[in-house]
Design a protein around this ligand. Sequence first.
Ligand code: S3P
Length: 191
Amino acid sequence: MDTGEGAQSKTERYELLRPVFLIGFMGAGKSTVARRFARMCKTSALDLDSYIERKAGMKVKEIFAESGEAGFRKLETEALRNVSLSEQPSVVSCGGGVICTECNIEIMREHGYVVHLMVDAKEAASRISDLSTRPLFENIEAASRRCNERMPIYNAAANATIDTKGKDPYVVSKELRRLLLKEGVLCKRQE
Ligand code: S3P
């Protein structure tokens, strides 16, 4: 049911008081939701993988090919530190493996609010248009195992979890907005 929030949001402005980190398995819709949310609330969105690619001048899969997962994880932590210290808080969509490095969880929890967008590997696969861009999404069986192994870490790392099953990014974005308003991470701007 549309509550009419979409129509209202055209004239409403919001302010993010802290960075918001979206975590979750590949294909959870983190980047799309971050962009949608930013458009809806007139805040900014930042994609951590794109940030890493810009800094490195290489695509994620090229970084994996050249420096392996360990090399990529180093760049990921460096990028996360930089982004966390930015003066203008954004909604940051993180790569699915950001929780594999323990200090990344500390960085996110110290500087911002962490939301787990939950998805299972099967639905995730159906949402990713080009699986060759995801070096760690080998096949559905391996991805399911990896997803199940990571699930408790995502949940423990997050301040809150949103189940994205069967929901489109617009619905998830509205849910995210409600959550962040309730938690005092997002506020309506007085104009
Ligand atoms: C990874 C997820 C990818 C990307 C890299 C590693 C992972 O990001 O950071 O391929 O370990 O789950 P998305 O979650 O945006 O696909």
